[in-house]
Design a protein around this ligand. Structure first.
Ligand SMILES: Cc1cc2nc3c(=O)[nH]c(=O)nc-3n(C[C@H](O)[C@H](O)[C@H](O)COP(=O)(O)OP(=O)(O)OC[C@H]3O[C@@H](n4cnc5c(N)ncnc54)[C@H](O)[C@@H]3O)c2cc1C
Length: 436
């Protein structure tokens, strides 16, 4: 079987994987593997934005409190403090790489900030209503400029390789299926980072892309890593309800800007479930309220209405949502949008410490596949892009610390019984015949 040596192996090309590669670009050869095209990630679909304290009348304490309250008492406070307090520096990283956040039209020195459920004030930086796409494209551009970082598309990681197969001691690479040539390949590396995203696709109705199938969590579990909080799946209250729309999210920022929820009779209902915060209650509260309304009325969806705002403003502030809904025959400047809740975000994942390290030496997990303790039982809106950025930074610091030692250790080839493609297919890509 062909084997390829790379100093650092990153699995996943979303914000976690790309930002980690950029942070480590001077250390050696870096390979980013992705099972589809590089831009096919949850990152590309993020609309709302990224939370960060930027205004003088906002405070870290307030962002920390909002995160803890929404996490329902189950967040790890030291993680929350780390992420919230490092957010301004991590936003500077994105700006340095070329992401251009929207500025306040009235004061171009300042960012335009939007509001989302669970935040006690406006603190979400965004790029129109396509923040994730802007981040993904910019990071891919930067990565492609760097000679020693390769992105390999259509490379599906099926198993991690560890020293000592039966009692995994440290990770030394991965078994990968090259989907273009239907060929198994071994990648050997000194450090492996799982940046494989969430698992929304285990649900029928989800906002997630097809890539979100929990692979990183399975890969880590197979070699003995702890997995935590998998029961905490966040449902987004407002996904477009239309027979032809696959997984199109209607951003929370619409409610932040004043959109209201209506039941099948055209009546507002959120005041019955959360009289103070109403539409801006956290996602779990709004989702349960919608679910209750659907069960009570037997209707298939509820409606999100922003049509009371000026049409020009709606088109300018939400161009992507406006255009996409129009494609499905819904003009959001004059019609309410049919919406239903859908699986959106996995709060749990591969258990890591504050440096992104898993239980297996030299294996890191970053982004949605990781469980850092930031989200507890429920994620505060727009905290996840931030978490991925913060932990790619933390992991990069740790990997740098370890590098002098790691680079001295030679690559170790696993001894593998060769399997024909027919056998691999029959065995459902199981590589359990490995011995080291
Ligand atoms: C519609 C939508 C809107 C969102 N809006 C926001 C928002 O406004 N703000 C916010 O903070 N968060 C938002 N989120 C959440 C946020 O986008 C994600 O949590 C974040 O982008 C995850 O980044 P990631 O790098 O961990 O994973 P992803 O961006 O999902 O990337 C995962 C990568 O791993 C690869 N991969 C997976 N398995 C394998 C395998 N076996 N082999 C090889 N490659 C593999 C995939 O191909 C992909 O390249 C939103 C999510 C969705 C779905």
């Amino acid at each position: 079987m062909e084997s390829i040596k790379t100093d650092i192996l990153i699995i996943g090309s979303g914000i976690a994987g790309l930002s980690l590669a950029l942070r480590l670009k001077d250390l050696g050869e870096i390979t980013i593997l992705t099972k589809k095209r590089a831009f096919e990630t949850a990152t590309s679909l993020a609309q709302g934005g990224i939370a960060c304290v930027t205004e003088e009348d906002d405070s870290f304490e307030s962002h920390i409190q909002d995160t803890l309250v929404v996490g329902d008492g189950l967040c790890k406070k030291e993680t929350v403090e780390l992420v919230v307090k490092s957010a301004p520096e991590r936003i500077k990283d994105l700006i340095k790489w070329g992401v251009k956040f929207d500025k306040d039209p009235e004061n171009p020195e300042k960012f335009h900030l939007t509001l989302e459920g669970g935040h006690s004030r406006r603190r979400i930086l965004h790029v129109g209503d396509y923040t994730g796409r802007a981040i993904e494209n910019t990071l891919i551009e930067r990565v492609l400029e760097i000679e020693n970082i390769k992105i390999l598309e259509n490379y599906f990681v099926v198993r991690l390789i560890t020293e000592n197969f039966l009692r995994p001691s440290k990770v030394i690479g991965a078994f990968v299926l090259d989907l273009t040539h239907i060929k198994p390949i071994i990648f050997l590396a000194k450090v492996v980072a799982l940046c494989t995203g969430g698992a929304g696709k285990v649900y029928l109705y989800t906002s997630n892309p097809d890539t979100s199938t929990g692979d990183g969590i399975a890969l880590a579990y197979q070699i003995g890593c702890r997995i935590a909080n998998m029961e905490f799946v966040q449902f987004h209250p407002t996904c477009l309800y239309h027979p032809k729309a696959k997984n199109f999210l209607i951003s929370e920022a619409l409610r932040g800007e004043g959109a209201v929820l209506l039941n099948a009779e055209g009546k507002r209902f959120m005041h019955k479930y959360d009289p103070i915060r109403k539409e801006l209650a956290p996602r779990d509260v709004v989702t349960r309220a919608i679910d209750m309304e659907l069960k009570k009325t037997g209707a298939e969806c509820v409606y999100l209405d922003i049509s009371h705002l000026p049409s020009d403003y709606i088109r300018k502030r939400f161009p992507y949502i406006y255009e996409t809904c129009l494609k499905y025959g819904i003009d959001i400047t004059s019609q309410p949008i049919p919406v239903v809740p859908a699986a959106h975000y996995l709060c749990g994942g591969v258990y890591t410490n504050l440096w992104g390290q898993t239980d297996i030496p030299n294996l890191f997990a970053i982004g949605e596949c990781a469980c850092t303790g930031l989200h507890g039982g429920n994620r505060l809106a727009s905290n996840s892009l931030l978490e991925a950025l913060c932990f790619s930074y933390q992991a990069s610091i740790k990997i740098r610390e370890m590098w002098e030692e790691l680079k001295k250790i030679p690559f170790k080839e696993p001894s593998v019984k060769e399997l024909s493609i027919k056998e691999i297919k029959k065995k459902k890509y199981s590589f359990l015949t490995i011995g080291i």
